[in-house]
Design a protein around this ligand. Structure first.
Ligand SMILES: [Zn+2]
Length: 463
């Protein structure tokens, strides 16, 4: 961070303290200043826990022209007083990335903006993605794992933990990159079936959510490094555990391929209309194509031509279908700091009272460990076709979506910098161990009670 820029940002931050908008307005900034006006300057809305270094690192990444030069999408702030309004917005094809009092922020195509206009939904701020751009997994974020470094880390874990850890591919993306799984099992290796209760932890259904790769990857590393700890040892001897840190490797690579972030969410399908990608977390075959997903190919929440049309979702489906011993699942995403449980695709709660009680107890317990907010996924808005609805609906796997750090885009959004990795991994170790432990009978969580969840207020979002 250059001192000059830092000063500008500090002044800007002071100016922005009086604005209630979710994001600072570019219009407030002199046109000849290439850097400020980023989403991440910091403001009164920024949680105190976010370091200045993380904020300035994130702000730095948001300046200048770059790989988004041809991108026609907008970062928008919209008036949305209630859930019904949020639903209209998401149904218009906007990917809502954050919710605050009376407003939402997200990514919209020109087509979605037209729909919003037709619906009379007010756009409070609109910033072309091509005007913000980024610099790099650039030097400042080199600690994050791209596909090659992730593969080498998984293989290193396997080679130094023979008889416990093995690596195999569950499928490939359109561009041929392997979707890799690390398995921890003291008796079975590779893709051999196991009778032991199983748990699976996935990351990066969404390309730009790189922290969701680091979290399962580094927790796997932590587990093997602590394999002799009594509690960990017992879990490893009695469970069948999988980590699939990068479900969308092609998209993740595309997001960083130029050394600058592209804000890619989807996979790399070439759509007939010329746009790229399907939203993998709208492509699963449970309620597919319904509310909260878009038929517009260019939308960030495009559900694809049919349920399970994508090789990545097929890989996850086939992986889970072949392993009926798997009973618990976490799909890591970012950001907003939430612990979400089904349903996402309908307003109604899970109908089985014992399962619902177990879900609430599990969510409350895990949220205590990581400090996130537990809630039913559709409390924010209804979104169909996600991983967890399918895994629960079709397989009765107890499935959670974790929205990782930060809590808001003020604190770095999708690109919060390297400082958050350690703390995020640390606070999610207990939830992961807990889910592994419960895999023999997740319903027993119901006996732990769920009353503490009922009083927890809801917050912001991204699924
Ligand atoms: Zn996501």
């Amino acid at each position: 961070m250059q001192k000059k820029t830092l000063t500008k940002l500090s002044i800007l931050s002071v100016l922005l303290l009086s604005f209630a908008a979710v994001l600072p307005a570019r219009a407030e900034v002199s046109k000849d200043d290439p850097k400020p006006g980023s989403f991440f300057d910091g403001s009164s809305a920024a949680p105190a826990a976010i370091s200045e270094a993380a904020k300035t690192a994130a702000a730095k990444k948001m300046g200048g022209a770059g790989p988004l030069a041809d991108d026609d999408r907008y970062w928008v702030i919209l008036t949305a007083p209630d859930k019904a309004a949020r639903q209209r917005i998401v149904d218009a094809g906007v990917s809502i990335e954050n919710v605050s009092a009376g407003k939402v922020a997200g990514v919209a195509t020109p087509k979605a903006l037209e729909k919003l206009a037709e619906l009379g939904i007010r756009v409070e701020k609109k910033t072309a993605l091509r005007s913000i751009s980024t610099e790099d997994f650039p030097n400042s974020d080199q600690v994050y794992h791209n596909h090659a470094r992730m593969e080498s880390e998984l293989k290193s874990i396997a080679s130094s933990n023979q008889g416990l850890a093995s690596v195999f591919a569950i499928g490939k993306g359109w561009q041929g990159r392997s979707i890799l799984a690390l398995r921890l099992n003291t008796t079975e290796q590779g893709s051999k079936p196991s009778q032991k209760p199983g748990a699976v932890f996935m990351g990066a259904h969404h390309a730009r959510e790189h922290l969701s790769v680091e979290t399962p990857l580094l927790i796997a590393r932590w587990i093997v490094d602590n394999r002799d700890r009594a509690d960990v040892k017992k879990l490893l001897e009695t469970r069948d555990v999988y980590f699939i840190p990068m479900v969308n490797p092609d998209g993740a690579e595309y997001d960083i391929a130029t050394g600058s972030y592209r804000w890619q969410r989807k996979n790399m399908r070439k759509n007939p209309g010329g746009s790229i990608g399907v939203d993998l977390n709208r492509n699963f075959g449970w309620g597919w194509g319904g509310a909260g997903s878009s038929g517009d190919q260019s939308s960030d929440i495009y559900h694809g031509p049919s349920a399970f049309s994508e090789p990545e979702t097929q890989a996850v489906r086939d992986f889970l279908s072949a392993r009926p011993n798997i009973k618990t699942l976490i799909s890591f995403h970012s950001f907003s700091e939430l612990v979400l449980y089904p349903w996402g695709g309908q307003d109604d709660p899970i109908s089985d009272p014992r399962a619902l009680k177990a879900y609430k107890a599990m969510a409350a317990k895990m949220a205590k460990w990581n400090g996130y907010t537990p809630q039913q996924s559709s409390d924010l808005y209804v979104a169909t076709g996600d991983t967890c609805d399918w895994a629960w609906g079709e397989k009765k796997i107890f499935s959670f979506t974790f929205e990782l750090t930060p809590r808001s885009q003020w604190a770095g959004g999708f690109y919060p910098g390297p400082d958050v990795i350690g703390p995020t991994v640390q606070k999610n170790i207990e939830p992961v161990l807990y889910m592994i432990g419960l895999a023999d009978d997740p319903y027993r969580a119901a006996d732990e009670g769920a009353s503490e969840l009922d009083s927890v207020p809801s917050l912001g979002v991204v699924k």
